[in-house]
Design a protein around this ligand. Structure first.
Ligand code: G2I
Length: 669
């Protein structure tokens, strides 16, 4: 953001304004992606294009294996812990809970924007002896209730769907199998488990999960179907059925799609939850995926492991990646069946993002809260992460005497307006010019970073994002303004510092209110030190077309980065332009980059709660994770922005900026 410049009321001529736009392009620029033909090049991103997910089972002990985690984070946007949420890990002895291994996976998923399936709460297998030896119904009922409630409470808000009961039906039969739950509690134990689960976490989807229920003609399938039909007719809470899909070389039975659609017709989602196929024939995998794609309520597919060497049936080589992490023929068959293009022929610019956008805006959700020492007129430049069940918002607060920073947190946007505002100048960050914050978790150091402008590019760190007093005193990224900025800044201001990292480097972007976007870099292991090699990443001869407030993000499940930059339109109003690139330091290809096809401008935003602003100005996307990779989802984007009463005028620093939330309305998921 521009702290000093009184640009309001300025009207610019549209003629020739954007025609003059020319971004620096290093290397060959790809053609602009066409939203109607572009295909994604990873399983998760491709599944997302039809509103589905593509997941895998993962093991906590393998997250440190970089081949494994690279594939995990590139390809999959749903994770099921392979063993870590099972009873023999989570409650090995009565009342003594251990969520450590599962937390590792949940934290990894949160940091990488992946959703989670919870597996599993009530299962006859991997059950500690102290449970299976219970003979008294009152005790077992109480033990089961405590187990479900404690585990679901621990992971509340972090699990998309729970396998509440697993494998309760007998092989080759339509009856329940024998188990301590069946034998001691009787047929009603499944219903009891589901009712307990709904009470524990009403937001999670509750699934019944089993194997050998894929063939519509099998007695076991009919038994589970009758149970789900009965539950739905009596209002027993059940939302989904998981078909494990551990197949032999022939793949799914011919009736699999019929089975999926018949269950879906009962009013539940269906999911393929543990897919693996002996020898991984490409056709068998493709047939499985097609069965899901042809059923609207088939919400996603999870394979049971990453590489063949990770599989519980490793000798049968049943997965999509070989022991070295190479894609097998079945991988391309799956990507194609999901509607994608195999990576060998995919275009470098493949993106899940559309090339035009439409949004709906909230009303003004967050207004300044002046106090006796903060005579604040506007709240601006928000940065936001969703972490630990809360939105954490950092913003500039502006008054006639200058700028400082504020922090607030809330669990739901409906509570944003009532959240307490903590002024960060009360702590070590101190008073004076501090503005335009950016928040992220730097995973390699297990530290939160707050990056902001002070005249230099500065940062503070904190081990606990929720503690406003925990921030360190400001330090600078640069000894002084880099020469290239000094030479190009003209009459502008050095503003809006923005850090993003890939697996090797961190990059620091900044703007100069004079038509230049700068980029410096340092090694991931050197961060926050060593920013050097400052270059002009993008420029425009019309400074208003490439003004300030740039953000750069990784698009989840794709090889794409998104750049957005705030511009001042021919009507004098703020709006955003966008570009994509295959790498952070690469060339930027226009996506929605004009006044008539903007990323976000008052002209492509509807205001159901009233058109409270004509400016869509400095803000931040709601990210899929919270770490230094700044990953955003590829669909249903949300952008927290600053807006302004169109009739406001006067000193730029005392304008009544408020924060509102845009939600994308033209995504396909
Ligand atoms: O059996 C295949 C799957 C069938 N449906 C339910 C799933 O939860 C089940 O997964 C497998 C895991 O893939 C295995 O990894 O469940 C097995 C246990 O029933 C898991 O095996 C266990 C071994 O039995 C343990 O000895 C071992 O310590 O894996 C553990 C961790 O490697």
């Amino acid at each position: 953001m521009n702290p000093f410049h009184p640009l309001r009321g300025r009207r610019l001529s549209a003629v020739g304004l954007l025609a003059a736009t020319a971004l620096l392009a290093a290397g060959t620029a790809a053609a602009a992606p066409d939203a109607t033909t572009v295909k994604a090049s990873t399983l998760g991103a491709q599944a997302a294009q039809s509103g589905r997910y593509f997941g895998t089972a993962a093991a906590a002990g393998k997250l440190g294996d970089s081949t494994y985690s690279t594939i995990l984070d590139r390809e999959f946007n749903m994770i099921t812990p392979e063993n870590e949420m099972k009873w023999d890990t989570t409650e090995r002895s009565r009342g003594s809970f251990n969520f450590g291994p599962a937390d590792q996976i949940v934290n990894h998923a949160a940091a990488h924007g992946q959703r989670m399936r919870g597996h599993t709460l009530v299962w006859h297998s991997q059950l500690p002896g102290w449970v299976s030896s219970i003979t008294d119904a009152t005790t077992l009922r109480s033990v089961m209730k405590t187990h479900i409630t404690t585990e679901m409470n621990h992971f509340k808000g972090k699990i998309y769907a729970w396998d509440v009961v697993n494998e309760a039906f007998a092989d080759g039969s339509s009856q329940h199998r024998g188990s301590v739950f069946q034998n001691v509690l009787g047929n009603g134990f499944i219903e009891e488990a589901f009712r307990t689960a709904r009470a524990a976490d009403p937001a999670a989807k509750l699934c019944y999960n089993d194997y050998n229920i894929e063939d519509w003609n099998a007695a076991k399938t009919q038994g589970v179907y009758a149970m789900v039909r009965d539950f739905k007719s009596r209002g027993v809470p059940i939302d989904c059925v998981g078909f494990q899909s551990h197949f032999g070389t022939g793949g799914p039975p011919a009736s699999f799609q019929t089975t999926l659609s018949n269950f879906a017709a009962l009013g539940v989602d269906v999911q393929i939850t543990e897919l693996d196929i002996a020898q991984a024939p490409a056709t068998a995998y493709a047939n499985t995926v097609k069965a899901c794609m042809n059923v609207a309520r088939c919400k996603g597919i999870t394979v049971w492991g990453v590489r063949d060497s990770d599989s519980w049936r490793t000798g049968q080589k049943p997965l999509l990646f070989d022991n070295n992490g190479n894609k097998k023929p079945a991988y391309n068959a799956v990507l194609t069946a999901l509607g994608g293009t195999p990576a060998t022929t995919a275009r470098a610019s493949a993106a899940a993002l559309p090339s035009s956008f439409r949004w709906s805006s909230s009303g003004a959700l967050i207004a300044p809260k002046p106090d006796s020492t903060h005579n604040i007129a506007g709240i601006k430049d928000p940065s936001v992460v969703y972490y630990n069940g809360k939105y954490h918002v950092f913003a500039s607060v502006a008054s006639s005497s200058g700028y400082s920073l504020v922090y607030l947190s809330f669990s739901d946007w409906s509570q944003a307006g009532s959240a307490t505002h903590h002024y960060l100048d009360r702590g070590a960050i101190g008073t004076g010019y501090r503005a335009a914050p950016q928040i992220f978790y730097f995973a390699p150091q297990k530290l939160w970073y707050l990056v902001y402008q002070t005249g230099n590019a500065s940062y503070s760190t904190n081990a606990d994002i929720s503690n406003p007093n925990g921030w360190s005193a400001p330090r600078n990224f640069y000894a002084s303004m880099p020469d290239i900025i000094r030479q190009n800044i003209g009459g502008g201001y050095w503003v809006d510092m923005w850090v993003i990292c890939d697996s090797a480097r961190c990059y620091l972007f900044s703007s100069d209110d004079n038509g230049h976007l700068y980029r410096s870099q340092t090694g991931l292991s050197q961060f926050p030190n060593g920013f050097t090699n400052t270059v002009i990443a993008a420029q425009d001869s019309n400074k208003f077309a490439l003004f300030e407030a740039s953000n750069v993000y990784k698009v989840q499940g794709s090889n794409q980065y998104l750049l957005i930059v705030e511009a001042i339109g021919s009507d004098g109003r703020r709006y955003f332009r966008s570009w994509t690139s295959g790498s952070i330091a690469g060339s930027w290809t226009p996506l929605a980059a004009t006044e008539s096809n903007p990323l976000a401008r008052a002209t492509n935003v509807t205001f159901p709660a009233g058109a409270w602003t004509k400016d869509i100005s400095h803000g931040e996307m709601i990210r899929a994770g919270y770490d230094q990779t700044l990953t955003i989802p590829s669909c249903r984007l949300q952008y927290l922005y600053q807006g302004l009463n169109p009739n406001a005028s006067g000193n730029y620093n005392t304008l009544p900026w408020r924060l509102g939330l845009l939600t994308q309305t033209n995504s396909t998921c």
